[in-house]
Design a protein around this ligand. Structure first.
Ligand code: ADP
Ligand code: ASP
Ligand code: MG
Length: 421
């Protein structure tokens, strides 16, 4: 069995979806499970409706909802699906639900993580319905599955953790395994449900992760992620147009790249595939005939690679009373960061304090600061970019903050430095 994943960019308009149809047209060699994201920037648009609802701006809710309806209606029409009554009714129901959720946020004056998950999930649900209808129209035998019935998570609605045992149990004998090579199963990435069946999300950009979890638990032969780039490259081609394709990587190299900011693959997806040794192809949906990158167990060539992580924050902590930053203090600080869901991408011990590179919302960072400020002197520097060179001997560029942090972050063949964005 093969698992394919198509992201928002690969589904942003009718011609992209038609291209998807062509990609899978000749794929009747083995059972195929397709995981899709919301179309284009729909997740952002839905979240924006939630935020506007929180401000109580009814007019803006309606304007944004109409905009989203028009975007999807155009895709439906351009795909020749305007007369599909079942699809039209389904789409209308989803938009009505978006209005109801937004109305609830408005009335309560609260945009809770639970409401967020219910609202943004509509993007994937709608996208998968439109794609299923289109693929059926062009002659495929399609089974549409609501993935929330199978992927079980904890109730951390914005970035839920998958409950693997429960999910694995539900997946046995599920309709997710296509019954024969001519049937294609379509489902959604990014969403799941808690034990009480409330919708949850696996965190932004989580569709890759869904595809990898399904590949793992259903023991797929291979996963293919279709992207708007030729494959995994030795730099983000959005920032460095001269970037080159890396034809093959091992799992560790790929995981290293995602740690340092290669957002082309969700970092947890690699872990899920590596643990079952399932090869992952990252391929271009614009040039589907090209092989892209394969990530699998292999030696792996060490290509010099440049990586960039935006929106980084540099934290500095020291005791107000000039006590050393001992292991007890570090344990406490890192525990506090973990409790506020703040990651650590770099750590450097200074004379009396500690520097930590992290990223997070202002609310998380402010909550951390208020918790610590009685005992610790805290400084925060926002708007930084973390640059990394992998497999290189070169020194980092002039670091703006703090100079010594470079030394700590430098490993044998990796150089990282922070600079203003
Ligand atoms: P999806 O459509 O599946 O959501 P993403 O937008 O999350 O895909 O990932 C694709 C994007 O990742 C590309 O448009 C590219 O700008 C970015 N990217 C970052 N680093 C790299 C890299 N090293 N190689 C290729 N693409 C990269
Ligand atoms: N649609 C979700 C997002 O934009 C999940 C994904 O695309 O991977 O974050
Ligand atoms: Mg994405």
């Amino acid at each position: 069995m093969l698992v394919m994943k198509f992201g928002g960019a690969s589904l942003k308009n009718a011609s992209a979806i038609e291209r998807m149809g062509k990609i899978i047209r000749n794929w009747n060699k083995e059972p195929l499970l397709i995981v899709v994201s919301a179309m284009g920037k729909t997740t952002n648009a839905l979240d924006q409706i939630g935020n506007v609802a929180l401000e109580g701006n009814l007019e803006e809710i309606e304007r944004l909802t109409q905009q989203l309806i028009a975007y999807h209606r155009k895709i439906i029409e351009d795909l020749g699906l305007a007369q599909n009554q079942k699809l039209n009714r389904q789409a209308q129901d989803y938009f009505e639900l978006a209005r109801v959720i937004a109305g609830g946020i408005c009335a309560l004056g609260e945009y809770s993580p639970r409401q967020y998950a219910r609202l943004v999930a509509l993007g994937e649900l709608l996208s998968s319905k439109i794609i299923a209808a289109y693929l059926e129209q062009i002659g495929n035998d399609i089974v549409w599955v609501d993935i929330r019935d199978y992927i079980k998570t904890d109730p951390n609605y914005r970035a839920a953790k998958v409950l693997f045992d429960e999910t694995a149990k539900l997946l046995t004998a599920s309709p997710l395994i296509p019954k024969d090579p001519t049937t294609i199963v379509i489902t959604q990435g990014f969403i799941g449900s808690a034990v009480d069946n409330q919708t949850t999300t696996l965190g932004r950009e989580g569709s890759d992760y869904t595809a990898a979890i399904l590949a793992n638990l259903l023991s797929a032969r291979q996963a293919i992620f279709w992207k708007d780039v030729p494959g995994v490259m030795n730099a983000d081609p959005d920032y460095y147009p001269e970037a080159l394709l890396i034809p093959e990587l091992n799992y560790e190299q790929a995981a290293n790249m995602t740690f340092w900011g290669a957002k082309v693959i969700h970092h947890s997806a690699i872990e899920a595939l590596a643990s079952k040794n399932i090869p992952l192809q990252v391929r271009s949906f614009l040039t589907p005939e090209t092989p892209g990158t394969v990530i699998q167990r292999c030696e792996g060539v060490k290509e010099p690679t440049r990586l960039l992580k935006q929106n980084q924050v540099l934290l500095f902590f020291r005791h107000k009373n000039l006590r050393y930053m001992d292991t007890t203090s570090i344990h406490f600080l890192f525990g506090a960061m973990a409790n506020h869901n703040l990651p650590t991408y770099g750590v450097y011990m200074a004379e009396l304090g500690i520097y930590v590179i992290t990223e997070g919302a202002a609310s998380q960072l402010n909550a951390l600061q208020s918790l610590l400020q009685e005992t610790y002197h805290c400084e925060m520097q926002h708007g930084l970019a973390l640059h990394t060179l992998l497999n290189t001997d070169a020194e980092g560029e002039e670091a703006q903050v703090p100079r010594n942090a470079l030394a700590a972050l430098k490993r044998k063949t990796t150089v990282s430095w922070l600079a203003p964005q």
